[in-house]
Design a protein around this ligand. Structure first.
Ligand code: ADE
Length: 303
């Protein structure tokens, strides 16, 4: 059934074209647990050599996991089939292919050797200065511009979902919650109970919390929280003393115009950029291209 839903999203031939037989794959070390199962390193044999990739497997025979898997597969395939995806330059994680028939089903992605941005910020083995960390944020504005052109909302923009490559390029990943803004209604009244606990409340725009309304503009709100994570070295976002506010508590806080505090070492102009991402009116938030320019200017000031 879900496979049919997936096929429906993809033009004829796409589902076939991206299938990769497991015989071309040698699994390697475990990287970690993703949203729908195990992620391991793998070696993929190509016509002209081989390549290290990340294999995301659906380990749980669980409806939610399958759903995320098919959603991520569909969205990434669409992104790669549309014009304008350049694997060498894109700040969206590259898809190599998938297998929807094998057991377990798997998805093959570009391997990002430095792992996710949240861990990198928290470990800070390399101790990046803020001006350097802003490169990561600028990279992600490029990914958001691309998604906006395709009218896709990611819905889970956060440091944990940004991967860093060997060359220190930030790539947006984890498209398990992503949706096509065209084909889905702006309102998603169903699935409220089923999906609410999986929603990243503290990264969500006020209209997402209130009405489950998601858009490229609500991704921009989340991007503001990502900026805050970058400046604070990967601190868990906190509004006052409540670590885990409920949806209702968070709405009340945000409606009182309370926002995440200005971090201690944050340049005030950078905090002003974050706050502009947290405007109540989605259309009043900066567009990704404008945001990118502003961040480049902040970066120049720090140098
Ligand atoms: N590529 C996709 N997911 C990855 C992960 N979790 N770690 C490294 N590279 C990846």
């Amino acid at each position: 059934k879900m496979e049919e839903d997936l096929a429906e999203k993809l033009r004829p031939g796409w589902l076939q074209r991206w299938q990769i037989d497991s015989s071309r794959l040698t699994l390697g070390d475990t990287i970690g647990m993703g949203a729908f199962g195990l992620v391991t390193q793998a070696n993929l044999r190509l016509a002209n050599g081989q390549r290290t990739v990340a294999a995301k497997m659906v380990r749980f025979k669980d409806k939610l996991c399958y759903k995320d898997f098919y959603r991520e597969t569909a969205i990434l395939t669409v992104i790669h089939e549309e014009n304008g995806y350049n694997p060498g330059k894109s700040n969206i994680i590259q898809l190599f292919g998938f297998n929807t028939k094998s057991n377990p089903k798997f998805l093959l992605l570009e391997y990002a050797s430095k792992g996710n941005l949240l861990n990198l910020l928290r470990q800070q083995e390399e101790k990046f200065p803020l001006s350097y960390l802003l490169y990561f944020a600028i990279d992600i504005t490029q990914a958001l511009s691309h998604l906006k052109r395709l009218r896709i909302s990611h819905r889970d923009v956060a440091a944990r979902n940004v991967l860093i490559t060997q060359q220190n390029i930030a790539k947006l990943a984890d498209f398990g919650l992503a949706r096509d803004v065209y084909t889905t209604a702006q309102y998603i009244p169903v699935n409220r109970q089923g999906e609410e606990q999986r929603l990243p409340l503290k990264w969500m725009a006020i209209e997402s919390l209130l009405h489950l309304q998601f858009s490229c503009e609500s991704d921009l709100w989340s991007f503001g929280v990502l900026l805050w994570e970058i400046v604070t070295g990967g601190t868990d976002p906190m509004y006052g003393n409540t670590q885990h506010p409920t949806c209702q508590q968070l709405v009340t806080i945000l409606q009182q115009w309370i926002r995440l505090d200005m971090p201690a070492e944050c340049p005030p102009d950078l905090y002003a950029i974050m706050k502009s991402c947290w405007r109540v009116d989605p259309t009043a938030r900066p567009k990704p291209d404008v945001l990118r320019e502003k961040l480049v200017r902040e970066q120049e000031k720090l140098n």
